[in-house]
Design a protein around this ligand. Sequence first.
Ligand SMILES: [Zn+2]
Length: 405
Amino acid sequence: MNISPIKIFQPNRNNFKYSLKNSPIFRGSGKTEDSFEKKSVPCEFPLTKKYGLNIQDIEVKSTNPIAISDKQKALFVEKLLEAHELAKKNVETGNIVQLGFASNLCLSDNTWHLATNFNNTRNDISSICGERSAIVVAYNDFLKKLIKDNDTETTQDDFKIKYLAMSSAKNIGEDSNASLPCADCLSWLNTARFLDDETKIAFFTKDKETNKLFLEFKTLKDILPMRGIDLIDSKADIELDEMPFVFTDDAKRIMDEKGITNENILNTLKEAKNAYTKDEFTSFSNQKIGAGISVNGKFYTASKVDWSKRWFVEPVEFAIAKSIEDFNKFVTPEIIAYYGDNETKCENAVVDDGIVSIRTLGRIKAIDKDNESLVVTINNNDEIDVRSINDFMPKKSTFKQSYLK
Ligand SMILES: [Zn+2]
């Protein structure tokens, strides 16, 4: 791994004389919808200079139209380089996974907050990625500022995340994992309280042929197309047998490729409903979820097991574990079905926490070599929705845990 600043982008310092007082791009008084307040603009861009980047040479790419001024572009480049440097320092100083990722996070008040991954062991509970780390740091900074300003008006609802500028320790633009949240981070990004569909991820990419560097943007909706959609109400008035199927194109593709029939899907969903119906465990969250999976033509079921209000065994993972133990080798399901309650109910608070686990889908996708052949089915009110794993998280949107296999 080359963790030195890249040399490909030769300094063009003559073209990079940012003087905030004199530069026309910083003098503009017109406030655009997405403007950065002057106070948040740094007075210089030391890392952009250090890496010899010429802002004009960096093209902006976005899946959705994005209005970005030159000054914003310069700021994003600098913020990405700050993240890159922090990620590098994380590796240089002995991070046990030898991987560094960092996010520079911009809140709706245009303040930026930087953090990198933190790993105690390789067990999942003792690691936190750059993205989640930055969210935690930003949140603490936000509260500390309220204390400092003696602000009693601002509430947590004002903590809104606008941008996540994501980078890694590897050469800028050359690490495809740098902008891919892992399954655990995706489950955070899927939440709605502090993030929304328009929250954007900014990252560097590079054209391998020309070495041209790009500043790319994508929205959370791009990587989590189903986010914010309340998928399910299992209290349907009719039986599963009577429900019409509704397919996405990608689900149909998988069914054609794998010879999966409507009956296969209906039977898997019935297994999930059976698990749900039989479930009489104490449920701290008051949310029952049954899962049914089909693996090499065999069914396995499991129910969500609450350990406490916030710790539980996710039923699809539980069912997959059963199948792996049964086959005594690593197998992955071709169909997974969820049936259950959309809401959790704790201490009189009812929250739409949903049934489908983004974390679980992300793990299946990441571990099984970018799995694109999984059918995910649930009954949505009075119809059976048949989707694919790609409908929840499009191709190659999930971080690959490189030390797993
Ligand atoms: Zn992560």
